[in-house]
Ligand binder design. Structure first.
Ligand SMILES: [Zn+2]
Length: 267
């Protein structure tokens, strides 16, 4: 599932392609991907200008000139493609901007909902703080960790605890901080928590800068998207040598989530 860096990268791409453009046509090929009838969706979306694009956790919010918003969550397997023609895949939703089209693909659990601003705020009200926000400090992180129970991995991917971190980056964060994801949050030292916070603040911005891990291009000549893929140290690297100590990377499950780590240099 795309996480904070992938969605932030998409936000930047959408700012370059559709911001301040007017939606000229809508095609809904899978009605389950939207939240109202096709005709109601068209009525509220066609002829609207995309005035702003925001990322909140793993969601994108497309603000329309009417004041309504389109709330996007790609969930597992969802991605976007922009261009004169579509990709060679089944498209669930297509928004047109004159001759160019924004395609939404792989929206099985993912969705594009038309909401009022207050409905959107309500839909996202339980999300935890954004880990890269200027307002989110090390002291706040430690304070939250002191009140949290359970395993570190489970805490990092809990969207009510922190926004935007998922299965992949949580493993990378634990590896970078040299802390085992299986540890209980309440037994972590202040130094370990500081290292985890530091890893969050290093890995996520680097992943954004390099274009995240999505395999699929956003546009025909896109050479940026997916640039972080070669930089994963532990995720899906089971049996490979740990880049820090050469010990084989191990895999286990924590609350039925695949977890990858080095049992030799993570403690
Ligand atoms: Zn290691």
């Amino acid at each position: 599932m795309p996480e904070l860096p992938e969605m932030e990268h998409y936000k930047q791409l959408l700012e370059q392609t559709i911001k301040e453009k007017t939606i000229t046509e809508v095609k809904i090929l899978r009605e389950k991907s939207i939240n109202v009838s096709v005709s109601a969706f068209e009525k509220r979306v066609v002829s609207q200008q995309v005035t702003d694009i925001e990322r909140k956790a793993k969601h994108l919010v497309l603000h329309l000139s009417s004041g309504d918003v389109l709330l996007l969550h790609l969930m597992l397997g969802g991605w976007m493609f922009y261009g004169l023609e579509g990709p060679d895949r089944t498209v669930q939703v297509r928004l047109s901007f004159g001759h160019h089209h924004l395609h939404f693909i792989g929206l099985r659990l993912g969705y594009l909902h038309i909401l009022t601003e207050s409905e959107m705020v309500q839909a996202l009200e339980n999300l935890g703080p954004e880990p890269l926000s200027d307002n989110f400090s090390l002291d706040m992180f430690i304070e939250k960790m002191h009140r949290k129970r359970g395993k570190l991995k489970t805490a990092l991917v809990d969207q009510q605890f922190l926004s935007g971190i998922g299965n992949r980056y949580s493993d990378e964060i634990c590896w970078q901080a040299q802390v085992l994801p299986t540890r209980s949050v309440n037994e972590l030292t202040k130094i370990e928590m500081t290292n985890i916070f530091g890893a969050i603040r290093t890995i996520l911005p680097k992943a954004i800068k390099l274009g995240g891990y999505m395999n699929e291009k956003f546009m025909k000549d896109d050479r940026i998207t997916g640039g972080y893929l070669p930089h994963f140290h532990v995720y899906k690297q089971e049996g490979e040598a740990c880049p820090r100590c050469s010990h084989p990377i191990r895999r286990s499950e924590i609350s039925s989530r695949k977890t990858f780590y080095c049992s030799n240099c993570q403690y």
